[in-house]
Design a protein around this ligand. Sequence first.
Ligand code: PMV
Length: 325
Amino acid sequence: MSDGKATARAFPNIALIKYWGNRDHTLRLPASSSLSMNMDGLHTTTTVAFDTSQSDDAVVLDGVEQSGAAKDRVVRLIDRVRSMAGIDARAQVESRNNFPAGAGLASSASGFAALAVASAAAAGLHLDEASLSRLARLGSGSAARSVPGGYVEWQAGVDDASSFAFSIAPPEHWDLRDAIAIVDATHKSVGSTQGHALADTSPLHAARVATIPDRLRRVKEALLARDFVTMAPLVEADALAMHAVMMTSEPPLLYWQPATMTIMHAVRTWREEGMPVCFTIDAGANVHCLCEARVADEVRQRLMRIDGVQEVLLVGPGGAAHVIT
Ligand code: PMV
């Protein structure tokens, strides 16, 4: 946009093979590759306006002006855009989530993907998808995966140039649903930026990293073949391996609540009974129950009946981050 202003929208994503731990914390180069599905229905909309009359950057998230570390994280990404575009105007950033900030859902993936796309467009840069993914990665690793659409792989790479995400299948490829059981709506006590830095302190981290290439290949093959039966236990195994790393880091991170465990057992029983459903869990207590669309309403109703489940959000595969205006 030549007028120095652009608005973009991006969707969060849920990882089937998780990202946990970095080989370079500053550049957010991950310890291993990961795989995810964008989530339709939930989104962040961000407007960036460069203004030469402004003396400082201003960042407003869900109506609240940011300062300190939260603002610095946004400014760092904008600084990269300014240096790429050869401009020095300060920016006004306004960002809104259509999902409640207090629902315990990560908004950093959709937030930094929308910021990357909006700020590049506002600065007049015409970046390809890989470059936008690399830019989003600077704000939040998982944001790299919210730039491309549908089902997405983030190749770990070895440096800034080679660490980006790309789509392996469009949203229409497979009509999966994520029934998100909210069991804890509060903000997580240890955020993922701090968490990634602890991964190396777990004796299990290296073991998990070593198993990821094979597991990722198998999940990808199953996903491309729409083979839920093969994919389900692999997705659960990777989430459990990541939480084992979290629980054995120093200090240890224990994100689960009793209801988290109840849901995990229930999901396994339902699958044994023939239902195509499996669980995965991010850095929090909420449980993402991935299932085929035909059983999604039944999964949602069953989850609602479990003690400690406050709400169940149902989302499908989402598209790529894109400029709106
Ligand atoms: O992008 P971050 O720093 O918020 O890390 C995301 C970490 C997990 O959600 C736990 C796993 C993942 O791959 O999304």
